[in-house]
Design a protein around this ligand. Structure first.
Ligand code: ADP
Length: 252
């Protein structure tokens, strides 16, 4: 129970990786505020409560400032603080670059990059203020969700690849700028079969199980935990040793 007494915010917690992350953090003892646009996320609150954990849902779009505000204020006012932020919410609008619409570009950049920014900004402000008030470093952990697409590109996902590159830079800036207040920030490039990524991954290589969100979540719990105190500004490929280079099917 390495996160006993800690409070976590997890975005995109209604499905896939975010759901597994929320469950794993709760199993480690954290109270979890789940953020998601989807009403299905209420089922994840029920799952956590059925296991004896504490969870609350804030429904809304993470790229709206009001949602980001409510996620942090719910953690602080209902659970007494904020210690862990896991940014995971995302959408895809795959299309080859030559025919990608403005809306497809803007939506993906907005949900991923602005969503990560708003939550990171709000959590950082809370941690900076708390550290100054207490006169001591806080317990603050950020785990952001990037993708190998930021480095290798991905045909038909220029919007997603660009957002994921921005998330790496945001993570490094967070790690560097907030270290003095006690905050640690890292990013993962996960490979997990979810509703969002199903169309991207081919069959698992022979002899290998396809990685599921439940394989990735324990590492996020580790980064969120007290033992990761010395780890910040790092990017982790959580791929089970598989070769990267997946690509979305071409949508012209
Ligand atoms: P993955 O687990 O691979 O990230 P999923 O599609 O399984 O992908 O889950 C993504 C989650 O993010 C879903 O629960 C979805 O409802 C949520 N989500 C998508 N867009 C937003 C948004 N703008 N604000 C909050 N949550 C979002």
């Amino acid at each position: 129970m390495g996160l006993h007494g800690k409070v976590a915010v997890v975005t995109g917690a209604g499905a896939g990786l975010g759901r597994a992350e929320a469950l794993a953090l709760a199993a480690a003892g954290a109270s979890v505020v789940l953020g998601d646009v989807s009403p299905d996320a209420a089922d994840v609150v029920d799952e956590i409560e059925a296991l004896g954990g504490k969870a609350l849902l804030v429904r809304g779009d993470v790229s709206e400032r009001s949602t980001a505000d409510e996620l942090v204020s719910t953690a602080v006012e209902r659970f007494g603080g904020l210690h862990v932020l896991v940014n995971n919410a995302g959408v895809l609008r795959d299309r080859m670059l030559f025919s990608m619409s403005d809306e497809e570009w803007d939506t993906v950049i907005r949900v991923h990059l602005r969503g990560h920014f708003l939550l990171s900004r709000n959590a950082s402000a809370y941690w900076r203020d708390k550290s100054k008030k207490d006169g001591a470093p806080v317990y603050g952990r950020v785990v952001n969700t990037s993708s190998e697409a930021f480095l290798l590109g991905s045909a038909g996902q220029a919007n997603y690849a660009a957002a994921k590159a921005g998330i790496v830079a945001l993570t490094l800036a967070t790690a560097r700028g907030l270290a003095r207040y006690g905050v640690r920030a890292n990013a993962i490039c996960p490979r997990a079969r979810t509703a969002m990524t199903e169309h991207v991954f081919g069959p698992a290589p022979q002899g290998q199980d396809p990685l599921s969100p439940e394989h990735v979540a324990p590492f996020v719990t580790y980064l969120a935990g007290p033992e990761a105190q010395a780890i910040s500004g790092q990017l982790f490929v959580v791929y089970g040793g598989m070769v990267a280079l997946v690509s979305a099917p071409v949508v012209e």
